[in-house]
Design a binder for this molecule. Sequence first.
Ligand SMILES: N[C@@H](CCC(=O)N[C@@H](CS)C(=O)NCC(=O)O)C(=O)O
Length: 230
Amino acid sequence: MIDVYSWATPNGHKVHIMLEELGLKYRVHAVNIGSGDQFKPEFLKISPNNKIPAIVDSDGPDGKPISLFESGAILVYLAGKTGQFLPADVRGRYSTLEWLMFQMASVGPMFGQAHHFRMYAPAPIEYAVNRYTNEAKRIYGVIDRRLSEHPYLAGSMYTIADIAVWPWTRSAANQGVDVAEFPHFKRWFDEIAARPAVVRGVEVLAKERKPITGEKEREILFGATQYQRR
Ligand SMILES: N[C@@H](CCC(=O)N[C@@H](CS)C(=O)NCC(=O)O)C(=O)O
């Protein structure tokens, strides 16, 4: 059994989608990041960076439980466990890891900052909005160019690289991006959105998540509670 500690955000969706694609048995535990569950000592034991998602697989590689944090590591682990969505051939494998790293290092952090400064900053900061919106647009351009040459990010197969990037592109408008400018991306996005496992994956915990509007949630996520040394 795989226990998933998560929330209905892009990094959580990656793992929910992967588990749905694999048809593995899993149990979801809500970690409400707006009310501070991510700072609880029992969660920090498996996710020391106080971020979702994390998993505990009771049937680890040596038959003993294993816990993992960082969504990219979780996707690689689940792909290794099942032999799916990470090609076995060496070129396909490294191509997948390349695009997975691109998601972890560029797509997530930059789209996250674009979203933050456009949606959550207490007052508009033009320099930050421009910097991260331009960076998000540049990254959509990189994805679009890649997908003009290949059906999927890693090449000919749907892999964990697609599973990692796709959830981050669901709210392109909030990142200041008009997807009509990126037709190859749009073709790929629509195809993945229609996969039954993806439809189920984005529904996981969706009803529990509420928009971040209150001062208390903002303080937890972006204020003193976040930056307290633990
Ligand atoms: N690099 C991490 C990022 C995880 C992350 O940023 N998670 C966010 C939600 S999408 C979170 O838990 N935020 C809570 C907090 O910052 O306190 C991963 O890919 O797992």
